[in-house]
Design a protein around this ligand. Structure first.
Ligand code: DX5
Ligand code: ZN
Length: 234
């Protein structure tokens, strides 16, 4: 039996957490978009911090986290696409981040960095680029509250889902389960009604979506539509 088949058999009843990515929100009316996500039943808000070095794009930092924190009580899932992520841990934790996810490709001292995130009272997450093997995080699984499998190359919203990520998600599910880890398994990039079912069946439980939600005719309803796709299949 393949990893994907085993994961599908266990997908019945697996939770579905939807995390809209504010990268695709309208920043001229951020408060309205945050309220829309809440009203639509979003579980978390995903905040993409980019530094123009780890990824070829610049977004926002502590000020936006602070602002969003004041607008909602939803957990803030902060995704650091930056080099030297540890430089931002204290500020982001004080600003109200619930969890911080760093990239293994930018974190040579992963154990120390994850420990520090937890010391600051946040959930600790690690993200893997599409080309990075799961082995890169194997030794730190006990430290993980969240494992993020990128399903596009990070840097921009609205990119196309990489189909062979599904198999990686299935293997990530096995890695966590075989270690007895209860860590969240999150996917990010190109998640839509068309792609969410397969990654859910493969073992993901938390789904970041930017373009699919914010470009929908009815963004509020799209949050529930994404969730329903997973329920239909399982
Ligand atoms: C990509 C970011 C994602 C992005 C996802 O670098 O990490 O969180 O906002 O956007 P969509 O859902 O549009 O692919
Ligand atoms: Zn992200």
């Amino acid at each position: 039996m393949s990893a994907a088949t085993r994961s599908l058999a266990r997908s019945r009843g697996r939770r579905v957490r939807i995390a809209p990515s504010l990268l695709s929100a309208n920043f001229a009316r951020l408060a309205d978009d945050v309220a829309m996500c809440e009203a639509g039943g979003a579980d978390w808000l995903h905040i993409d911090v980019m530094d123009g070095r780890f990824v070829p794009n610049l977004t926002f930092g502590v000020k936006v986290i602070e602002t969003v924190r004041k607008l909602t009580r939803l957990p803030l899932d902060v995704h650091l696409m930056v080099v030297e992520p540890e430089k931002y841990f204290e500020d982001f934790a004080s600003a109200g981040a619930t969890g911080m996810t760093i990239h293994v490709e930018a974190a040579p001292h992963l154990h120390r960095q994850l420990t520090r995130i937890k010391e600051l009272g946040c959930s600790s997450g690690v993200a893997l680029n599409p080309a990075t093997p799961l082995e890169a995080v194997k030794e730190v699984v006990p430290e993980l509250d969240l494992l993020l499998v990128m399903t596009v190359n990070p840097g921009f919203g609205g990119q196309e889902f990489i189909p062979y990520s599904v198999d990686k998600v299935a293997r990530a599910r096995e890695l966590l389960d075989s270690a007895g880890s209860k860590a969240t398994l999150e996917v990010d990039g190109g998640i839509s009604r068309a792609t969410i079912v397969d990654v859910h069946a493969a073992g993901a439980d938390t789904f970041v979506a930017g373009h699919a939600i914010f470009s929908a005719r009815d963004p509020k309803a799209e949050i529930e539509a994404l969730r329903s796709e997973c329920r239909v299949k399982v």
